[in-house]
Design a protein around this ligand. Structure first.
Ligand code: WT7
Length: 662
């Protein structure tokens, strides 16, 4: 088993004996405080989820809760629902039976330069109606795909919700992805419209989104129009992008013309809500498909119970909406709960390393959800950056994206939570749609470094390679029952869906690809991926994607990419490269190759180290053995080399690597 141990071996993890029961006051007022909910949900998971679905607004109720033909599930059969109505309209109109939140803040935004904007639920209602009309006017119809490539601005949330309103399918592409990555995602989804911005702010720099979009749109025949948000403001510089009058439109100009009301589409529960691309073990990202009724039920329920979200909270999840965490826990989960959602555009260390803590004090943030990578960076920056701000508004902390080491967990609990906030380490994936394994803050006794146990209504187990159940010990995590927010397929590639997720054991057991250990009390301790997916700062990068970017470079013959333990990022990318006849490695070439990967994928995939080698370790059938390269990169003793065609290759590489590393 591979994985991301960051110096915290399983043995050390399992010796962790610190326990944190929920504070009494927290428990008393929590939404979830009765331990019996686990047992009740396990006895009747369909009934459990059905009760959650009833808390949403439906145009037409479902006839049947679940249709499960492994590995394909349908939830809330024949139910008709609209996600935008559930996130916006029902908080504005009290006749839906909900408390009117019309004048409550829905989105509180701060841009990196310090500009701010607050939209009440009424404001959001007005904006989504108008933008839904803009979409229609540009010819976007139900089931059409809309690509979105924006910085963290309110328009990103408005754009997603407006698609949902008219039954169009959004495909958000993280603003840090390159033009080529954007182009490939647009083409795979055959998107009709692109929504982007002139630029976004990051560490005082303008990130030229429209410029990248222009490049992408040179080869995207399905795109008919582009809508451009004018982020602008501050240091107005000459635009770096082109403007094609027949294709490009300013967001604000279209909005001025748009009608005030757009009738929400009565979508089927199983109609697609969005596609989100994520990395797998091949060079081609997977378009993960989520549908409407089940997804909304899952994110609504988990947001309410895991974050104990109340009307008076100011909730901040730091994830970018370009990732699933942003979809589920910035947009749909919190807004379906009628929350006040805070979003921030920029970097945590801009203009200084206390930006986040100042924001928490300024906006009175009560719930804060971030990634272990960020927490480890805060630790490194030191406490002096925190001590200047008053963090007493906080009442709950969350972690997501990669395993959190006990040291980081403790630091977070003591220094940010001041020892009084429950910490919820939430395990889930793009594919699961919503949180799967997590504490419930009013019930669970937490242990630093453990995601604890499955959310009620979710069945998780640890299985060995053959599918044998492991009560206590290590193996792979498995989900043994369907759940409402599960992915439905991979866009246009159902075969890959079946093969990737439902073929490890049998076709009714979901294989997430994570290693995990279970302790005597049944708590889950995640240890990292067991496949060739690298988790870098909580983001997912396929080793094969980086390899194909490298071999795309003319001088490169072959490449093998592995993840290496990194103190802050969790993992970093190490590439072993063989060059074509007559080409020689040099520091310049290393830089060119790194730049090439950034161009093909984006800055997040930039390799930390590149090593040139005359040969790569291969089996006799020619398969590159990444396992051995991982050992080399980690500086570990080499594992079994007997299956290698030429064992000398790997010995040589190891010596070479050690020399470079010093
Ligand atoms: C992979 C999914 C879902 C949120 C963001 C990432 C790892 C996620 C945890 C956690 C240990 C975690 C897993 C998983 N992961 N949360 N709390 N503890 N590992 O979404 O990009 O789809 O990545 O992130 O390896 O498979 P994603």
């Amino acid at each position: 088993m591979t994985g991301n141990n960051r110096g915290t071996s399983l043995e050390v993890l399992l010796q962790e004996d610190r326990r944190f029961p929920p504070p009494d006051a927290f428990r008393r007022s929590a939404w979830a405080k009765d331990e019996n909910i686990y047992e009740r949900a396990a006895r009747d998971p369909k009934g459990f989820w059905e009760n959650w679905a009833k808390e949403l607004d439906w145009f037409q109720p479902w006839k049947k809760v679940l249709d499960w033909k492994p590995p394909h599930a349908k939830w809330f059969i024949d139910g008709k629902i609209n996600a935008c109505v559930n996130c916006v309209d029902r908080h504005v109109f009290s006749n839906t039976g909900h408390r009117a939140r019309r004048n409550k803040a829905a989105i509180i935004w701060e841009g990196e330069p310090g500009d701010t904007r607050t939209l009440t639920y009424w404001d959001l209602y007005r904006e989504v109606n108008r933008f839904a009309n803009v979409l229609k006017k540009l010819g976007v119809k139900k089931d059409d795909r809309v690509a979105i490539y924006l910085p963290m601005v309110p328009e990103l949330m408005i754009a997603c919700l407006s698609c949902a309103r008219i039954g169009a399918i959004h495909s958000v592409v993280f603003g840090g992805f390159s033009a080529e990555a954007l182009r490939d995602r647009i083409n795979d989804a055959q998107a009709k419209l692109l929504i982007t911005a002139d630029f976004g702010w990051r560490r005082g720099q303008q990130i030229q989104l429209k410029k990248a979009a222009d490049e992408a749109l040179e080869n995207t025949p399905s795109i008919e129009n582009a809508v451009v948000v004018k982020r602008g403001g501050f240091q107005d510089t000459a635009p770096q992008f082109q403007w094609k009058a027949e294709r490009d439109h300013w967001w604000h100009e279209l909005m001025e013309q748009a009608g005030a009301y757009a009738e929400p589409e009565q979508n089927d529960a199983e109609d697609m809500l969005f596609i989100l691309y994520t990395s797998g073990t091949t060079g081609k990202p997977k378009g993960i498909v989520h549908t409407t009724g089940g997804y909304l039920t899952g994110v609504y329920a988990t947001t309410k119970w895991v974050f104990d979200l109340k009307d008076e909270d100011v909730y901040w999840c730091t994830a970018d909406i370009g990732w699933i965490t942003g979809h589920s826990y910035v947009i749909y989960g919190p807004l379906a709960n009628g929350a006040a959602v805070f979003i921030y555009e920029g970097a945590p260390d801009w203009p200084a390393k206390d930006r986040l803590w100042r924001l928490i004090e300024k906006y009175g943030i009560t719930i804060f959800y971030t990634a272990p990578t960020a927490i480890r960076a805060f630790m490194k920056w030191g406490r002096e950056w925190i001590e200047k701000s008053n963090l007493s508004s906080l009442r709950l902390l969350g972690s997501v994206g990669e395993p959190i080491n006990p040291e980081a967990w403790m630091w977070y609990q003591e220094n940010i939570g001041k020892g009084k906030c429950p910490v919820v380490d939430t395990w889930w994936q793009t594919e699961t749609g919503s949180i799967m394994i997590t504490p419930l803050p009013g019930i669970t006794v937490t242990k630093p470094g453990s995601a604890t146990r499955a959310f009620p209504g979710i069945e998780a187990e640890v299985l060995d390679e053959k599918g044998g159940r492991i009560e206590a010990g290590g193996g792979c995590v498995a989900i043994t029952k369907p759940w409402p927010s599960m992915l439905r397929t991979i866009y246009k590639d159902d075969e890959r869906y079946v093969k990737t997720y439902w073929s490890k054991w049998n076709k009714s057991i979901y294989f997430p690809g994570d290693g995990v250990k279970r302790d005597e009390e049944g708590y889950f301790w995640f240890t990292g991926r067991v496949d060739d997916v690298i988790k870098l700062s909580g983001h997912r990068i396929g080793a094969a994607e980086v390899e194909s970017a490298l071999v795309d470079y003319p001088a490169v013959a072959e490449a093998a990419v592995v993840g290496k333990t990194h103190e802050i990022k969790g993992q970093a990318i190490v590439a072993f490269v063989t060059l074509k006849e007559g080409k020689k490695g040099s520091p310049e070439l290393v830089n060119e190759l790194k730049a090439h990967v950034v161009k093909k994928i984006g800055a997040i995939a930039r390799p930390e180290e590149i090593l040139f080698s005359a040969d790569l370790p291969k089996t006799r059938s020619g398969k590159i053995m990444r396992r051995l390269l991982r050992d080399i990169a980690e500086g570990k003793a080499l594992g079994d080399t007997t299956t290698l065609a030429d064992p000398a290759v790997v010995e040589h590489l190891k010596a070479q690597y050690e020399e470079v590393e010093g």
